[in-house]
Ligand binder design. Structure first.
Ligand code: NAP
Length: 241
């Protein structure tokens, strides 16, 4: 029988690569995203709407046991604390953190009843280190690391594992949007900014979404059954510096 995986933000970038790899590995994948996707079982969902997330996951749980949750939907936001309005902070937190809270809370009854489950939170290298001009994003990703740890402790007795995945700079639409915004504001040349980004990485290149998907597949599998409460870095050596 196929294992069942629920993912948020599976229509683009890292999430889309995860959906494809999980399907290739015989999972049934439910993708909760704002934007439609042809890959997996799509459910239109705004993760900031807690009751909508709960309703959709409850409906899935009625017909399936949920084996894996990947809370991946997220946005990037640049700004120091002074350049971050209250509305900006709320928006980043509602998507990046409250969305994870909603999805985890909704899958727990199914996982507890099955005495089994793997929860992955898509954090960032910014859960471990700070980056300039990234106040709200840093804060939100540190919060996800904390959620992984508290969930791991509170649900270990139910054989439910929770881990945070911490990618460095990965070449996705989110990355391109972030450097486009930067170039628009600063007048910098996009090719130069991209090359500078690559040079900042010890491995001299950006990560690819497929590489993050492979780590997520491993962490979701029984091969990783002793790994819980951890922050798993995949960053080409960036945070080792
Ligand atoms: P992406 O290409 O922008 O994909 C994010 C997906 O999430 C999109 O399909 C987006 O839909 C969806 N989404 C956004 N807001 C949503 C909401 N309120 N409800 C439901 N879905 C929503 O981004 P990515 O680079 O793959 O990033 C995925 C995750 O990895 C994020 O949590 C990000 O912070 C994290 N991450 C990325 C990097 C990187 O360098 N790329 C590094 C570390 C961590 P729309 O397109 O319709 O908005």
């Amino acid at each position: 029988m196929k294992k069942v995986c629920v993912i948020t933000g599976g229509s683009s970038g890292i999430g889309l690569s995860i959906v494809k790899l999980f399907i290739e590995n015989n999972y049934q994948v439910f993708n909760l995203d704002l934007s439609p996707s042809a890959e997996g079982d799509f459910r239109q969902c705004d993760v900031t709407n807690v009751s909508q997330v709960t309703e959709i996951i409850d409906e899935i749980s009625k017909q399936h046991t949920i084996d894996v949750l990947i809370s991946n939907a997220g946005i990037h936001f640049s700004g120091t604390i002074e350049n971050t309005s209250e509305a900006d902070l709320d928006n980043v937190f509602n998507i990046n953190v409250k969305g994870a809270y909603a999805a985890i809370k909704a899958v727990l009854p199914s996982m507890k009843a099955n005495n089994n489950g793997a929860i992955l939170l898509m954090a960032s290298d910014q859960a471990l280190i700070a980056k300039h001009n990234s106040f709200a994003y840093n804060l939100s990703k540190s919060a996800l690391a904390s959620i992984a740890k508290t969930t791991a402790l509170d649900y270990a007795a139910f054989n439910i594992r929770a881990n945070a995945v911490c990618p460095g700079t990965i070449e996705t639409p989110l990355y391109h949007k972030a450097i486009d915004n930067y170039c628009q504001k600063s007048g910098a040349d996009k090719n130069e900014v991209h090359q500078d980004e690559e040079k900042l990485q010890p491995l001299q290149r950006l990560g690819q979404p497929e590489e993050v998907a492979e780590l997520v597949l491993f962490l979701a599998s029984d091969k990783a059954k002793f790994i819980t409460g951890s922050l798993q870095v995949i960053d080409g050596g960036y945070t080792a510096q």
